[in-house]
Ligand binder design. Structure first.
Ligand SMILES: C[S@@+](CC[C@H](N)C(=O)[O-])C[C@H]1O[C@@H](n2cnc3c(N)ncnc32)[C@H](O)[C@@H]1O
Length: 309
């Protein structure tokens, strides 16, 4: 453990499959120390993003998309002086969190789409780490749901994949001019990380900026872009949040996203074909396919030799 990082002081760890669900722990040595370190790094980054006069005392805080509490487990001390909630769609993660770390934490399972079911205007601080990085059709509705859950002037810390790590997910260098909110691998299941959503800073300012004042945007830990936002006193619909801005990069980004999705589709099909062709049944039936091919050639030759052919 790097010095200066928090420790979750004897809190139990979730089963490995729940820990692995929120990040790949392979290649990081012992999985639980790695899980501990990643959570502690997230806490340190959150604290660093908050205003210098911030205090958790008496606050109501929500970790949206908390998994089994990788980050929340580092706030058990603060949870004696403040109310900490974790929400996630994953039943197993929320069940584990509810049984193992509540109290002092509070855990709630939400559905794929809003509402979350907690009181509007009641949270001082919400964070969503590596969540908008994967939300596609429900992204705008969830951002506005978090907006409603915040008190007037409440703070949101959200991470997104952008200029610091976007190139990892595409076969091309990061180019801010052709990324707005670009969705890759839209059909990819959560067991392999879910869809990948890239966002550029100009797009976040143009769209999220309608609902929030953008106070800070910076590189923190885990390769993502971290944004600190303050709730604006507005009421918006998801369509109003999605409406393209005057920035001409909006259309370049949409066109480029189509190219990216098409490229992904070709890659996925090639992969499937390769898997299929190297599968046992494909290899076992190869003599039959060869035989059929020989028979077709022989009968074509016979037809050519036949009188009048
Ligand atoms: C990459 S993990 C990050 C987990 C956690 N924030 C962390 O940093 O350890 C993304 C999490 O978002 C959750 N998630 C995805 N869609 C969600 C939704 N609509 N509402 C709540 N959670 C969601 C997933 O179940 C998963 O636990």
């Amino acid at each position: 453990m790097t010095s200066g990082l928090s420790r979750s002081k004897g809190a139990p760890y979730p089963p490995l499959e729940l820990a692995q669900r929120v990040c790949c722990l392979n290649g990081r040595g012992d999985p639980y120390p790695a899980y501990e370190r990643l959570g502690a790094e997230a806490k340190a980054a959150l604290v660093q993003m908050l205003p210098p006069d911030w205090s958790f005392d008496g606050k109501r805080v929500l970790d949206f998309g908390c998994g089994a509490g990788r980050t929340l487990r580092h706030f058990l001390d603060e949870a004696r002086r403040a109310e900490f909630w974790g929400a996630d769609i994953d039943a197993a993660s929320i069940d584990w969190l509810g049984h193992s770390l509540a109290p002092p934490l509070h855990a709630v399972r939400n559905r794929t789409d809003p509402p979350l079911g907690l009181d509007y205007g009641s949270f001082d601080l919400i964070w969503a780490l590596s969540v908008f990085t994967h939300l596609t059709d429900s992204s705008h509705a969830w951002l506005l749901e978090l907006h409603k859950l915040l008190r007037p002037g409440g703070l949101l810390i959200a991470t997104y994949m952008g200029r610091w790590n976007g190139a990892i997910f595409t076969d091309e260098p990061w180019d801010e001019d052709r990324v707005g909110m670009n969705v890759l691998r839209p059909e990819q299941g959560w067991e392999v990380g879910g869809p990948v959503v890239l966002m550029s800073d100009w797009w976040v300012r143009a769209h999220w900026g309608r609902a929030f004042e953008i106070l800070r945007v910076e590189s923190q830990v885990h390769g993502q872009t971290w944004a600190l936002l303050r709730k604006r006193d507005v009421e918006l619909t998801p369509d109003e949040l999605a409406r393209p801005s005057d920035d001409e990069r909006e259309y370049a980004a949409l066109r480029h996203n189509l190219r990216q999705v098409e490229r992904d589709r070709h890659r996925a099909l090639a992969q499937l074909r390769h898997q299929y062709e190297s599968s046992l049944s494909w290899r076992l039936t190869r003599p039959l396919r060869t035989g059929a091919q020989l028979a077709r050639s022989a009968s074509a030759r016979l037809r050519q030799r036949a009188p009048g052919a």
